[in-house]
Design a protein around this ligand. Structure first.
Ligand SMILES: Cc1cc2nc3c(=O)[nH]c(=O)nc-3n(C[C@H](O)[C@H](O)[C@H](O)COP(=O)(O)OP(=O)(O)OC[C@H]3O[C@@H](n4cnc5c(N)ncnc54)[C@H](O)[C@@H]3O)c2cc1C
Ligand code: FES
Length: 364
């Protein structure tokens, strides 16, 4: 059910000559030239990376693909990495991670395919309000889930749902490089209508010799060893990259563990880990020292509670990957999503994957 692609004519962003920008910077100190450039055209800002949506399409009922042209400060990405994307929603800046789906060799345009989550703030905003000309904030590419150099000879890619994006980036990159080794993709989507890159996957399988099996979970069932053996009989000697919903991740991890080859498996999760603090352990006071805000803990991650209390701590992935929410805990006991507790004073913690157990003071 591919729909019409809307595309805007190319303009080179951030094209203010360097000498002119430097002179302007001096003249406009102390505010800096970026503050004024922002008002003229956000894409001219030089100290931060911006991206302008130049095309969009809706490859499935609940996803949107944005083609984004980054500004000059963009330095490219390795296939599989993610970017923190910032949008302004009702005057508040919201940041989420998205993995560029394109080849790392075509870094002048980024492609983000975003699944709209029910009740999801940023994904629904992009789905409903995304338009050509929209300007997004971008971080430099980040993350260790990436194709290494030199490339492994045999590569298995396994993905489910929106987890297609980083592994498709790997696949497109390998195709651009004419990778001489074996490459297989096993992809799970609920029905044929839920496969965002169906035509391209068919073509890659037909013309580029990549072994691709798309399984529809509504009729074919979920991951099993036979699916993997059929698409990659040699999987035991390959390097595998896996991204998808937690049920798929757990099943594949268990299979690799049973086969004694867990070290061949590299994974990336899109969904936040579950953080459990029993009702009896909640109810302590959380004091955000610098802001002078004092609340009663309800057991949720400190980041969510800080936001609900009107604070705006810096954050990115909201799931313990990017470390951008790191703050100093002054005192108190916290528990991480892995279940570990720490009572040390003056330690750095990640607000997004940490909950208070009793009274806690944060330097934030
Ligand atoms: C490294 C990385 C790369 C990512 N790349 C992509 C990508 O290429 N395409 C893409 O569509 N998404 C990707 N994501 C997920 C994305 O960052 C957001 O989490 C997702 O878009 C939901 O954000 P939201 O603001 O709409 O939801 P929120 O408002 O943050 O959350 C709303 C509800 O949805 C739940 N939720 C949030 N994220 C997920 C999820 N992924 N699966 C199930 N439930 C969820 C939350 O627990 C919450 O209950 C990536 C995440 C990470 C960490
Ligand atoms: S927001 Fe990324 S680690 Fe917390």
């Amino acid at each position: 059910m591919a729909m019409r692609t809307v595309r805007r004519a190319a303009t080179r962003p951030g094209s203010l000559p360097a000498s002119l920008a430097s002179l302007a910077e001096k003249l406009l100190t102390p505010h800096g030239v970026d503050r004024y450039l922002e008002l003229i055209d956000p894409m001219l800002v030089r100290s931060e990376i911006r991206g302008e949506v130049v095309a969009l399409r809706r490859p499935t009922r609940d996803s949107i693909t944005l083609t984004v042209r980054p500004s000059r400060a963009w330095r490219g990405f390795a296939a599989g990495q993610f970017v923190r994307v910032t949008v302004d929603i009702d005057g508040v800046r919201r940041t989420r991670c998205y993995s560029p789906a394109g080849s790392a060799h075509r870094g002048d345009e980024l492609e983000f395919t975003v699944k709209a989550h029910e009740g999801g703030l940023v994904s629904r905003h992009l789905h409903e309000r995304g338009h050509v000309g929209m300007v997004l904030g971008l971080s430099p590419a980040d993350g260790t889930f990436a194709l290494p150099e030199p490339r492994p000879e045999s590569i298995v890619l396994i993905a489910g749902g929106s987890g297609i994006t980083p592994v498709l980036s790997m696949l497109r990159t390998l195709v651009d490089e004419r990778h001489p080794g074996e490459v297989s993709l096993l992809y799970y989507a609920r029905t044929p209508d839920d496969v965002p890159y169906a035509d391209e996957l068919d073509e890659l399988a037909a013309r580029r010799g990549v072994r691709i099996h798309v399984r529809h979970t509504a009729t074919d069932g979920h991951f099993n060893a036979d699916h993997l053996r059929r698409v990659a009989p040699w999987f035991a000697r390959a390097t595998t990259y896996l991204c998808g919903p937690s049920s798929l991740m757990e099943a594949v991890r268990a299979h690799y563990a049973d086969a004694g080859i867990s070290e061949h498996l590299h994974t990336e999760e899109f969904a936040p880990p579950v953080l459990t603090v029993a009702a009896s352990e909640a109810g302590g006071r959380i004091r955000f020292v610098r802001s002078g805000v004092d609340i009663v803990s309800d057991g949720r991650p400190l980041l969510e509670q800080a936001e609900d209390a009107g604070l705006s701590p810096e954050h990115g992935c909201r799931m313990g990957i990017c470390f951008s929410c790191t703050q100093r805990k002054v005192s108190g006991v916290v528990r991480t999503a892995g279940g570990e507790e720490s009572a040390e004073d003056d330690e750095e913690i990640q607000l997004c994957v940490t909950a208070a157990v009793g009274d806690v003071e944060i330097d934030c």
